[in-house]
Design a protein around this ligand. Structure first.
Ligand code: MG
Ligand code: ZN
Length: 216
Protein backbone atom coordinates (compact mmCIF):
# COMPACT_ATOMS: atom_id res chain seq x y z
CA UNK A 1 0.00 0.00 0.00
CA UNK A 2 1.27 3.41 -0.94
CA UNK A 3 0.73 6.18 1.58
CA UNK A 4 1.40 9.72 0.49
CA UNK A 5 2.47 11.95 3.29
CA UNK A 6 1.84 15.68 3.11
CA UNK A 7 5.61 16.25 2.98
CA UNK A 8 5.93 14.07 -0.12
CA UNK A 9 3.10 15.91 -1.83
CA UNK A 10 4.73 19.27 -1.15
CA UNK A 11 8.12 18.02 -2.38
CA UNK A 12 6.61 16.76 -5.62
CA UNK A 13 4.76 20.04 -5.95
CA UNK A 14 7.98 22.02 -5.46
CA UNK A 15 9.67 20.00 -8.23
CA UNK A 16 6.82 20.69 -10.66
CA UNK A 17 6.79 24.36 -9.62
CA UNK A 18 10.44 24.65 -10.71
CA UNK A 19 9.49 23.20 -14.10
CA UNK A 20 6.65 25.69 -14.36
CA UNK A 21 9.01 28.57 -13.61
CA UNK A 22 11.18 27.54 -16.55
CA UNK A 23 8.10 27.15 -18.75
CA UNK A 24 6.76 30.61 -17.83
CA UNK A 25 9.94 32.26 -19.12
CA UNK A 26 9.64 36.03 -19.23
CA UNK A 27 5.90 36.06 -18.53
CA UNK A 28 5.02 37.62 -15.18
CA UNK A 29 2.85 35.14 -13.26
CA UNK A 30 0.68 36.43 -10.41
CA UNK A 31 -1.13 33.95 -8.15
CA UNK A 32 -4.23 35.62 -6.64
CA UNK A 33 -5.23 34.12 -3.30
CA UNK A 34 -8.13 35.15 -1.06
CA UNK A 35 -11.44 34.04 0.43
CA UNK A 36 -14.53 33.34 -1.66
CA UNK A 37 -16.17 36.69 -2.35
CA UNK A 38 -13.15 38.88 -1.58
CA UNK A 39 -13.23 40.26 -5.12
CA UNK A 40 -10.48 38.39 -6.98
CA UNK A 41 -12.48 38.06 -10.19
CA UNK A 42 -13.71 41.65 -10.05
CA UNK A 43 -10.13 42.87 -9.56
CA UNK A 44 -9.13 40.84 -12.62
CA UNK A 45 -12.00 42.18 -14.74
CA UNK A 46 -11.01 45.76 -13.97
CA UNK A 47 -7.31 45.05 -14.53
CA UNK A 48 -7.84 43.32 -17.88
CA UNK A 49 -9.96 46.23 -19.08
CA UNK A 50 -7.53 48.89 -17.87
CA UNK A 51 -4.28 47.30 -19.05
CA UNK A 52 -5.54 45.52 -22.16
CA UNK A 53 -3.76 47.89 -24.52
CA UNK A 54 -0.45 47.71 -22.65
CA UNK A 55 -0.04 44.01 -21.98
CA UNK A 56 -0.88 40.66 -23.50
CA UNK A 57 -2.61 38.90 -20.62
CA UNK A 58 -4.31 35.58 -19.89
CA UNK A 59 -5.99 33.98 -16.88
CA UNK A 60 -6.10 30.53 -15.33
CA UNK A 61 -9.28 30.30 -13.27
CA UNK A 62 -9.25 27.84 -10.38
CA UNK A 63 -12.62 26.84 -8.96
CA UNK A 64 -13.98 23.80 -7.22
CA UNK A 65 -16.91 23.66 -9.64
CA UNK A 66 -18.47 25.73 -12.46
CA UNK A 67 -17.11 27.98 -15.19
CA UNK A 68 -18.80 31.10 -13.80
CA UNK A 69 -15.58 33.05 -13.26
CA UNK A 70 -14.06 31.92 -16.57
CA UNK A 71 -17.15 33.20 -18.37
CA UNK A 72 -16.69 36.61 -16.74
CA UNK A 73 -13.03 36.67 -17.80
CA UNK A 74 -13.84 35.48 -21.32
CA UNK A 75 -16.16 38.47 -21.66
CA UNK A 76 -13.07 40.67 -21.15
CA UNK A 77 -11.66 39.23 -24.38
CA UNK A 78 -8.54 37.54 -23.01
CA UNK A 79 -7.55 33.86 -23.20
CA UNK A 80 -8.82 31.96 -20.15
CA UNK A 81 -8.49 28.36 -18.99
CA UNK A 82 -10.87 27.10 -16.33
CA UNK A 83 -9.60 24.47 -13.93
CA UNK A 84 -12.20 22.62 -11.87
CA UNK A 85 -10.68 20.86 -8.89
CA UNK A 86 -13.87 18.85 -8.20
CA UNK A 87 -13.68 19.37 -4.47
CA UNK A 88 -9.98 20.23 -4.21
CA UNK A 89 -9.46 23.36 -2.16
CA UNK A 90 -6.29 24.66 -3.88
CA UNK A 91 -4.40 24.57 -7.17
CA UNK A 92 -1.26 22.48 -7.45
CA UNK A 93 1.77 23.05 -9.67
CA UNK A 94 0.77 20.01 -11.70
CA UNK A 95 -2.77 21.18 -12.47
CA UNK A 96 -1.34 24.62 -13.27
CA UNK A 97 1.09 23.07 -15.76
CA UNK A 98 -1.77 21.29 -17.52
CA UNK A 99 -3.80 24.49 -17.72
CA UNK A 100 -0.80 26.51 -18.92
CA UNK A 101 -0.26 24.01 -21.76
CA UNK A 102 -3.45 25.41 -23.33
CA UNK A 103 -1.96 28.91 -23.45
CA UNK A 104 0.60 30.42 -25.78
CA UNK A 105 3.02 31.47 -23.03
CA UNK A 106 5.59 32.99 -25.39
CA UNK A 107 2.87 35.40 -26.44
CA UNK A 108 2.02 36.66 -22.94
CA UNK A 109 3.29 39.48 -20.75
CA UNK A 110 1.20 38.65 -17.69
CA UNK A 111 -0.51 35.44 -16.63
CA UNK A 112 -2.91 35.70 -13.71
CA UNK A 113 -3.84 32.60 -11.76
CA UNK A 114 -7.00 32.99 -9.70
CA UNK A 115 -6.63 30.34 -7.04
CA UNK A 116 -9.50 28.50 -5.37
CA UNK A 117 -11.16 30.82 -2.82
CA UNK A 118 -9.44 29.86 0.41
CA UNK A 119 -7.03 31.61 2.80
CA UNK A 120 -5.32 28.43 3.96
CA UNK A 121 -3.71 25.81 1.72
CA UNK A 122 -3.33 27.75 -1.56
CA UNK A 123 -0.51 29.57 0.22
CA UNK A 124 1.31 26.25 0.78
CA UNK A 125 1.42 25.27 -2.88
CA UNK A 126 4.03 26.97 -5.04
CA UNK A 127 2.67 27.07 -8.60
CA UNK A 128 5.89 28.44 -10.08
CA UNK A 129 4.49 31.97 -9.93
CA UNK A 130 6.61 35.09 -9.53
CA UNK A 131 4.38 36.50 -6.86
CA UNK A 132 1.43 35.68 -4.66
CA UNK A 133 -1.09 38.51 -4.41
CA UNK A 134 -3.10 38.21 -1.20
CA UNK A 135 -6.58 39.69 -1.57
CA UNK A 136 -8.52 40.48 1.61
CA UNK A 137 -11.78 42.38 1.62
CA UNK A 138 -12.37 44.59 4.63
CA UNK A 139 -15.75 42.97 5.31
CA UNK A 140 -13.87 39.79 6.30
CA UNK A 141 -12.36 41.46 9.35
CA UNK A 142 -9.04 43.00 10.41
CA UNK A 143 -8.05 39.84 12.31
CA UNK A 144 -7.52 37.72 9.18
CA UNK A 145 -3.83 38.46 8.54
CA UNK A 146 -2.95 37.36 12.08
CA UNK A 147 -5.21 34.30 11.85
CA UNK A 148 -3.94 33.17 8.42
CA UNK A 149 -0.30 34.30 8.60
CA UNK A 150 1.24 32.04 5.96
CA UNK A 151 -0.50 33.71 3.02
CA UNK A 152 0.35 37.21 4.22
CA UNK A 153 3.95 36.23 4.94
CA UNK A 154 4.34 34.73 1.45
CA UNK A 155 2.60 37.55 -0.41
CA UNK A 156 4.55 39.92 -2.67
CA UNK A 157 1.64 42.36 -2.57
CA UNK A 158 -1.46 42.65 -0.37
CA UNK A 159 -4.71 44.06 -1.76
CA UNK A 160 -7.24 45.32 0.79
CA UNK A 161 -10.40 45.34 -1.27
CA UNK A 162 -13.89 46.81 -0.76
CA UNK A 163 -12.47 49.80 1.12
CA UNK A 164 -15.57 51.74 0.01
CA UNK A 165 -17.44 49.61 2.59
CA UNK A 166 -15.17 50.60 5.51
CA UNK A 167 -17.79 52.92 7.09
CA UNK A 168 -20.17 49.95 7.37
CA UNK A 169 -17.69 47.59 9.04
CA UNK A 170 -15.76 47.51 12.31
CA UNK A 171 -12.54 46.82 10.37
CA UNK A 172 -9.68 48.43 12.28
CA UNK A 173 -7.24 49.55 9.59
CA UNK A 174 -4.44 50.45 12.03
CA UNK A 175 -4.62 47.02 13.61
CA UNK A 176 -4.67 45.21 10.25
CA UNK A 177 -1.75 47.28 8.93
CA UNK A 178 0.27 46.64 12.09
CA UNK A 179 -0.31 42.88 11.81
CA UNK A 180 0.59 42.91 8.12
CA UNK A 181 3.76 44.88 8.81
CA UNK A 182 4.70 42.40 11.53
CA UNK A 183 4.25 39.46 9.17
CA UNK A 184 5.78 40.95 6.06
CA UNK A 185 7.68 44.22 5.89
CA UNK A 186 8.26 44.09 2.15
CA UNK A 187 4.84 43.59 0.55
CA UNK A 188 3.06 46.83 -0.31
CA UNK A 189 -0.48 47.03 1.07
CA UNK A 190 -2.88 48.55 -1.45
CA UNK A 191 -6.20 49.89 -0.21
CA UNK A 192 -8.75 49.99 -2.99
CA UNK A 193 -12.22 49.17 -4.20
CA UNK A 194 -12.18 47.13 -7.38
CA UNK A 195 -15.95 47.28 -7.87
CA UNK A 196 -15.98 51.09 -7.50
CA UNK A 197 -12.72 51.44 -9.46
CA UNK A 198 -11.18 53.45 -6.64
CA UNK A 199 -7.50 53.27 -5.72
CA UNK A 200 -6.58 50.94 -8.59
CA UNK A 201 -3.67 53.03 -9.95
CA UNK A 202 -1.10 51.79 -7.37
CA UNK A 203 -2.09 48.20 -8.24
CA UNK A 204 -1.56 48.89 -11.94
CA UNK A 205 1.75 50.61 -11.17
CA UNK A 206 2.84 47.57 -9.15
CA UNK A 207 1.95 45.26 -12.07
CA UNK A 208 3.80 47.46 -14.57
CA UNK A 209 6.91 47.43 -12.43
CA UNK A 210 6.76 43.68 -11.83
CA UNK A 211 6.21 42.95 -15.54
CA UNK A 212 9.13 45.19 -16.50
CA UNK A 213 11.40 43.51 -13.93
CA UNK A 214 10.46 40.09 -15.29
CA UNK A 215 11.26 41.14 -18.85
CA UNK A 216 14.61 42.66 -17.88
MG1 MG B 1 -13.58 34.37 -8.42
ZN1 ZN C 1 -6.37 22.78 -0.25
Amino acid sequence: MKVYMEQGILQENARQAEENRALFGKTLVVNLIGSPGCGKTTLLEKTLAALGKEFRMAVIEGDIYTTKDAQRIEACGVPVVQVNTAGGCHLSAEITARAAADLDLADLDILFIENVGNLVCPAEFDLGEDCKAAVLSVVEGDDKPAKYPLLFREAGVVVLNKCDLLPYTNFNMDSALADLQGLNEKAPVLQLSAAREEGLEPWYAWLRRAAAEKKA
